[in-house]
Write a protein that binds this ligand. Structure first.
Ligand code: DLL
Length: 430
C-alpha cells in the first residue's frame, strides 16, 4: 500500500475527515469562486449551513455546462501565478473544459495515482510504458507522475505507432502497460499476430479512460498473460486517480481523503444508498486550483463501504456501466454499449473490435453490430458463419431483449483508436 495510514482508516475516521474537509472546501469555493458564491447566494445557502453530510444535499450540482460557461479560467480559486499546470478535456464538441492545478494539487494527484498503481500490484521495480497521449489530456502526465512517485520506471511512449510500442515493450523489458482498454487490446492482438508474445515481460495492464467489461479483462489476461486492472477519473475533478482496482478486482477503491462520492437518482433528485445504482457525483476535498462541488459525472455506478479483502477500507465503486449520455434507446429499450461488449468479448471465435450502428428505417429503430472474427477462414465457411451469427444474435437477445443485426468482418478491418475509442454511430441524429 502506498498510503496505509489513509487506505486502512476506519469508516468513522474517514467520515470525520471527509466532513471536516467538506466544510472547508465549501467555504473555500464560496469565498474564492464567483460562480459558487452567486449560486449559493441565489438560494440563500451559506457555507456555515453545511454542518452534516445531509446538508451537502442542499448544494446544487455542478455540470459540464457550468465548466463550459466559465471557460477557460473563471472557476479557478487562486490567481494564475499559483497555477502551475493546466489540462483540458479532448472536447469532441465545441470548447474543451479545463482544470488548473497548484503545486499542492499536483502533489496530491500523483499520490492518488501512486496509490492506484500500488493497488494494481505495481512496485518500484516495475517498468511502465505509458501509452496514453501526453498533452492536454490528463491521462499521460497524470499517470507519469504517479509512476515516478511510486519510484518505478517510466517509459513515456504516448499514444500511437503500435509497431514501435511493441518494439520498445520488448526491448526495454516493460513489465506494466498503461493504456485505454481498447488500445491495450489492439497492442495484444498485434503482438499475437506478430508472434512476439513470448518475448514480452508484461505482468500488469493498468487501464482507464474508457469503460471496459469483465470479459475484456479476461481476454487481455489470456492474450498478454498479464494481470489487468482498471482505474477511473475525469478531467473536471483533476483527471485519473479518483479510484482504482486492487488485486481482488472487486470494485475500484476511491481516494476518499481527496474525493467525496455520492450516487444520485437525477430524475428524483435523491441521494441513493449503498449498493444502489445511479449517477455518481464527485466533490473534490483538497483541490486548491479548481475546487468542484457535487460534479455530475454522468457515469453510472454504485458504491460499497464494506472493507475489502485486500485490507483497504476505502469505499469501492463498481465498474462503470456506462454514461447516461451513452445510453441508447432502441425501440423504447435502454441499451448500454457495455452490455453488447460483454456478449462479444465472451465469444472465442470473435475478435476484440466491434462497432455499433444505430439507425431508423421506416420509423423503426435498428441496431447493427459489426464485429471482427478471430480467424479470417471462418468467413468462407458459410455453415459455420451462419451458426455463429445465429449464436451471437441469440445471446444479444437474451441480454438486450432486442433483435440485433449482426455482421461479421475480417480481422483488423475495423479502424483502431489510439486514444479513446468511439464504438457507436447513431445515424438517427443526422
Ligand atoms: O479519461 C481521465 C482518465 C485518464 C481516467 C486515464 C483514467 C485513466 P476525461 O477525458 O475527462 O478523463 O474522461 C472522463 O471517461 O467521466 C468516464 O465516462 C470515462 N472513464 C474514465 N475512466 C473510466 C473507467 C479521463 N475506468 C470520462 N471506466 C469519465 C469507465 C471511464 N469509464
Amino acid at each position: 500500500m502506498f498510503s496505509p495510514e489513509i487506505e486502512t482508516m476506519s469508516r468513522k475516521e474517514i467520515k470525520e475527515m471527509q466532513l471536516e474537509r467538506l466544510k472547508y472546501i465549501v467555504r473555500y469555493a464560496y469565498d474564492n469562486v464567483r460562480m459558487y458564491r452567486e449560486r449559493f447566494d441565489s438560494i440563500g445557502l451559506k457555507p456555515e449551513h453545511i454542518k452534516t453530510f445531509k446538508d451537502i444535499e442542499n448544494i446544487p450540482y455542478t455540470t459540464k455546462d457550468d465548466l463550459r460557461d466559465n471557460y477557460p479560467f473563471d472557476l479557478l480559486a487562486v490567481p494564475m501565478k499559483k497555477i502551475v499546470r493546466i489540462h483540458a478535456s479532448s472536447g469532441t464538441t465545441g470548447k474543451p473544459i479545463t482544470c488548473g492545478y497548484t503545486r499542492k494539487d499536483l502533489d496530491n494527484w500523483s499520490t492518488c495515482l501512486a496509490r492506484v498503481l500500488a493497488m494494481a500490484g505495481a512496485t518500484d521495480e516495475d517498468i511502465f510504458q505509458i501509452s496514453f497521449g501526453y498533452g492536454l489530456f490528463t491521462g499521460g502526465f497524470g499517470l507519469h507522475y504517479g509512476v515516478e512517485k511510486l519510484g518505478a520506471t517510466v517509459v513515456p511512449m504516448s499514444s500511437g505507432n503500435t509497431e514501435r510500442q511493441l518494439m520498445i515493450m520488448k526491448d526495454f523489458g516493460v513489465t506494466a502497460l498503461i493504456a485505454t482498454p481498447s488500445y491495450a487490446m489492439y497492442l495484444a492482438e498485434t503482438a499475437k499476430r506478430e508472434g512476439i508474445l513470448n518475448d514480452l515481460k508484461l505482468r500488469l495492464v493498468c487501464m482507464g479512460a474508457e469503460a471496459s467489461t469483465a470479459e475484456t479483462h479476461e481476454s487481455l489476461q489470456r492474450i498478454f498473460g498479464a494481470f489487468p486492472t482498471e482505474n477511473y477519473g475525469l478531467t473536471e475533478v483533476g483527471g485519473p486517480g479518483v479510484s482504482g482496482e486492487c488485486r481482488e478486482k472487486a470494485g475500484m477503491h476511491i481516494n476518499e481523503d481527496m474525493y467525496y462520492p455520492e450516487i444520485v437518482n437525477i430524475e428524483k433528485n435523491r441521494v441513493l444508498g449503498e449498493g444502489e445504482q445511479g449517477e455518481m457525483l464527485l466533490t473534490t476535498l483538497t483541490k486548491e486550483g479548481m475546487p468542484i462541488l457535487r460534479y455530475r459525472t454522468k457515469d453510472i455506478t454504485s458504491l460499497t463501504y464494506e472493507p475489502c479483502k485486500c485490507g483497504r477500507t476505502l469505499a469501492r465503486m463498481s465498474r462503470v456501466v456506462g454514461r447516461t449520455d451513452d445510453m441508447l434507446i432502441i425501440r423504447g429499450v435502454n441499451v448500454f454499449p457495455s452490455q453488447i461488449e460483454s456478449v462479444l468479448m465472451g465469444m472465442e471465435q470473435l475478435g476484440k473490435t466491434y462497432e455499433i450502428i444505430v439507425d431508423r428505417v421506416n420509423y423503426m429503430d435498428t441496431l447493427e453490430v459489426k464485429v471482427e472474427v478471430d480467424d479470417a477462414n471462418l468467413l468462407t465457411d458459410y455453415s459455420k458463419l451462419e451458426e455463429l451469427v445465429a449464436n451471437i444474435k441469440k445471446r444479444l437477445r437474451v441480454v438486450l431483449q432486442l433483435d440485433v443485426k449482426v455482421k461479421l468482418v475480417e480481422p483488423f478491418s475495423i479502424k483502431r483508436a489510439e486514444g479513446k475509442v468511439k464504438r457507436v454511430t447513431d445515424l438517427r441524429k443526422k
